[in-house]
Design a protein around this ligand. Structure first.
Ligand code: SF4
Length: 285
């Protein structure tokens, strides 16, 4: 993997498109993702974003934005004023195009420094989105952020299958991500499990029952209607749908999502979100 240490002008990006309904800003401590060759990288929506990839294969590069925290400090007051005026509140989604808790984080500490900068000058809302059990490495910082802003941690767990036939291994095992979610929830931090993108679930009832124990809510996002293209055509170009269909042929159809939503509602009534509404914290009755 090609690794570069870079600088960013303004780490606070004003959101556009679907994300606009979730938060006013997104923050990417890295460009690219070193989990790109793991299971979640196969169907990762970001690989279709030319700004993020600049034509490079997903998982082949990582840019470390070493000045992320300084950039946040420099721009936060102006961006907060803009967000409150034009979007109602200053919300940060960390991260929509990379993983904040990559192995490289523990060498470069870009996310950790950013979180400290946010403690000095917090957003109104902070959503931490992760596919990694390493999110709990910064548990004490999360606890402090929880006291000074509306913090929500989203832990992605897209299936209950640890070794998915035909796909590379998970970067962070299903078991360890469940443990991380439980630790966060038991620390009093609002924790949401994002089943995103939904893959075949071997045992739906135990899976959603476990989510109800380890999290405050669940979001179920299918690549059809979820990947930003009409009918999931972007994801159709990846190896994900064929691997899903080999395990459960009906799982590539959006009706599968709706069946999983009905099962989830039995365990988390009023706390099940679907696609972008769920990421925004809008749950189905
Ligand atoms: S961790 Fe997130 S950004 Fe990275 S490859 Fe997986 S889904 Fe994509």
């Amino acid at each position: 993997m090609e690794l570069a240490v870079t600088e960013i002008r303004n780490i606070l990006t004003r959101t556009t498109g679907f994300l606009k309904t979730v938060t006013s800003h997104s923050v990417q401590p890295y460009r690219g993702c070193s989990f790109g060759n793991a299971l979640c990288g196969v169907g990762c929506y970001v690989q279709h974003n030319p700004y993020a990839t600049q034509g490079r294969p997903w998982g082949s590069f990582l840019e470390v934005r070493k000045n992320g925290a300084d950039s946040y400090r420099l721009h936060v007051d102006r961006e907060r004023r803009w967000a409150r005026k034009s979007r109602g509140k200053f919300g940060v989604f960390l991260s929509s195009s990379t993983e904040p808790f990559l192995p490289q984080e523990f060498r470069y500490r870009v996310t950790e420094k950013l979180l400290h900068a946010m403690l000095e000058s917090p957003p109104d809302l902070l959503i931490l989105q992760t596919h990694s059990h390493w999110v709990t490495e910064y548990l004490e910082i999360h606890r402090q952020l929880h006291r000074c802003c509306d913090l929500r941690v989203h832990v992605s767990i897209e299936t209950d299958i640890e070794e998915f036939p035909g796909l590379p291994p998970h970067a962070s095992s299903v078991e360890r991500r469940f443990d991380a979610a439980r630790t966060l929830k038991e620390s009093g931090i609002r924790t949401v499990i994002t089943v995103s993108p939904l893959m075949p679930i071997q045992e739906p009832e135990p899976f959603f029952s476990r989510i109800a124990e380890c999290a405050d809510a669940v979001v179920i996002d299918h690549f059809v209607q979820g990947d930003g293209s009409p009918n999931g055509s972007r994801t159709e170009r990846t190896a994900l749908p064929a691997a899903m269909a080999a395990v459960r042929p009906d799982s590539v159809d959006v009706a599968y999502r709706d069946r999983m939503v009905e099962t989830a509602k039995q365990y988390l009534p009023g706390r099940v979100g679907v696609n972008i509404d769920g990421f925004a914290g809008r749950y189905r009755a």
